[in-house]
Design a protein around this ligand. Sequence first.
Ligand SMILES: Cc1cc2nc3c(=O)[nH]c(=O)nc-3n(C[C@H](O)[C@H](O)[C@H](O)COP(=O)(O)O)c2cc1C
Length: 235
Amino acid sequence: MKVFVFYGKIEKENSTMKFMINALLDELVSQTNEKVVISNLSESDFDIKYCNGCSDCFLKGSCPLVDDMEKIKLGILSSDIILFGSPVYGHAVSGSVKTFFDRITYWTHLFKLSGKFGISLNVSSGNGNEPVKQYMEKIMGNLGLSLVSQISIKSSSYSKEIMLNIAKNEMKKLLITYQNNKYKVSAIQETSFKNFQRLYKGEAGTSFEREYWLSNGMFEVKTLEEYVNSKSIKL
Ligand SMILES: Cc1cc2nc3c(=O)[nH]c(=O)nc-3n(C[C@H](O)[C@H](O)[C@H](O)COP(=O)(O)O)c2cc1C
């Protein structure tokens, strides 16, 4: 089982986000006999440049910026479980998390991560969790992830014991879903898939996007769920 973790840049030592990420990963490893390979990107130094707005990603599926993003994208595509986290900064995701999402926004037109399981985590000191949870649900849903778990933490009122308990329960839920391969698609994801399908069947979108949908058999299926089950996804 391959797990990819990203929560942006946090250099603070005693961070609640890092505590929670470690608790989740420790629980995942201890609750399964399967080998777990973890890419915890936020523990390493990485270079992610701001999107410059050229739109090459939508037009050609490639980005002219030279940084670690290509390597990171390959890491995401080769993983089964994707854990995206963000601290709550001004009732929004942090700047480094937003920059990261900007750089993969074009994947939301392709449902690029369909078939993978997602976990979202947001950590505030006490308020503003809900808008961050909702934003991450939207992005992760349009990436095609089956969102198994959405965790909101308030560091001022959650003890370590409460957080460890949440980690235990959420990883239990994830493992049951993963082991039974219960890929669930929400009604919102299906509506979004249908809307894109209708648009790209016409002249909307870029030729790169229409070609991606065509070559992956995305026009031939009725639903996102059917698309995932058809296993025709070309990464
Ligand atoms: C720039 C900035 C903005 C923040 N905005 C909020 C906020 O809107 N609501 C909140 O509850 N906490 C806010 N915080 C606190 C962080 O969410 C919190 O420190 C972080 O998620 C991690 O918790 P920790 O400090 O215990 O490691 C902010 C922190 C910073 C640095």
